[in-house]
Design a protein around this ligand. Structure first.
Ligand code: SAM
Ligand code: SF4
Length: 326
């Protein structure tokens, strides 16, 4: 079985698949004015998603992360999860969600075959959370996370984007939160995208800021699994939970890249901040195109570049992460 590799020796056991660009939140760094429909074609349907996943599985891909936009807005999400879970070779299905629909649906997603869950929670403080996301939904998201912890997922993680002057004083609260909970919180350094230059200038904070506090408090770096995400994960004997740091501006960040993305309309994106997409949708219309699709994915991978151009302020064709599946 081949594992997808590029010309820099990086392998790709992991696909991030966007199911929609739509979202019910207005996160200040992502969609501050809310989702605006662009009138273009509909998002991939379940059959198209399945053909895509079968092709990646044929190339040795084992793990699929469903994201968006907000993937839980898809009414057919349980059916999509169930269908992907039945594809031979796929052993892990993860979902990245803002968590608003967890209390209503997390049990159904788990029963359908979801194995891991990432929930975005930028603050433990309900008022701050409201200010960041535009929605006063902190209580129900927290309730949903507690429910998820009882459902036997392989992992439950929380994502918090670090924002200077907004949530950069919360580490002590997070540590208390993690003392007895078996989950990981990942602090993500704010990334500059096409639409958020001013916001980035005001609120960007290096992830090092948190990492230094952790090391000073006795937290130590854990060994990284080969198909792990880009987070550097820390542990401490007095805490059940773990802390991950995602630092896209760190010098070796791209060297560890192990994911490919497909947008909600079927474009293969080799880099979050790349300058082009490779349309796969024409090959998702019939099972007969399976071999051609597999070949197209494999041959296009050599176009993947060594790293992003974020340090030079080049955000590629990504206006915001909801457009590509962050
Ligand atoms: N709507 C879902 C959610 O928020 O979890 C999934 C899509 S969202 C684009 C995926 C992740 O990207 C979230 O954790 C979000 O906080 C993060 N994100 C969005 N824009 C970002 C940015 N400019 N810099 C860093 N992280 C960002
Ligand atoms: Fe929506 Fe996620 Fe973007 Fe927030 S980060 S606006 S929840 S897509």
């Amino acid at each position: 079985m081949t594992i997808l590799t590029d010309r820099f020796g990086r392998s790709f056991p992991y696909l991030r698949l966007s199911l929609t660009q739509a979202c019910n939140f207005r996160c200040s760094y992502c969609l501050p004015d809310g989702y605006q429909a662009d009138g273009k074609s509909r998002f991939l349907d379940r059959d198209e998603v399945l053909r895509l996943v079968r092709a990646f599985a044929a190339l040795g891909m084992r793990k699929i992360r469903l994201t968006g936009g907000e993937p839980s807005l898809r009414k057919d999400l349980p059916q999509i999860i169930e269908a992907i879970a039945a594809v031979p070779g796929i052993t892990r299905i993860a979902l990245t969600t803002n968590g608003t629909l967890l209390p209503r649906h997390v049990g159904v997603w788990r029963a359908a075959g979801l194995t891991a869950l990432n929930v975005s929670l930028d603050s433990l403080d309900a008022q701050r959370f409201h200010a960041i996301t535009g929605h006063d939904r902190h209580a129900e998201i927290s309730e949903g996370v507690e429910m998820a912890l009882g459902l036997g997922f392989d992992s439950v993680k929380l994502n918090a984007v670090l924002l200077r002057g907004v949530n950069d004083d919360e580490l002590p609260n997070w540590l208390e939160f993690l003392r007895e909970r078996d989950l990981a919180v990942r602090f993500i350094e704010l990334m500059r995208t096409g639409d958020n230059a001013d916001y980035f200038a005001r609120h960007h904070l290096r992830a090092q800021f948190v990492e230094e506090q952790l090391v000073a408090a006795g937290w130590t770096l854990r060994q990284r699994a080969s198909d792990a995400g880009p987070a550097r994960e820390f542990q401490h004997p007095d805490y059940r939970g773990r802390i991950g740091i995602i630092a896209p501006y760190a010098k070796d960040f791209c060297a560890g890249c192990n994911r490919l993305r497909v947008t909600a309309r079927g474009d293969l994106r080799l880099c979050l901040f790349g300058n082009f997409g490779i349309p796969l949708r024409p090959l998702l219309q019939s099972d007969a195109d399976h071999e051609t699709l597999v070949a197209r994915i494999a041959t296009q991978l050599h176009l993947k570049s060594a790293g992003h151009g974020l340090h030079e302020g080049n955000t590629g064709i990504t206006p915001h992460l909801a457009s590509i599946g962050g």
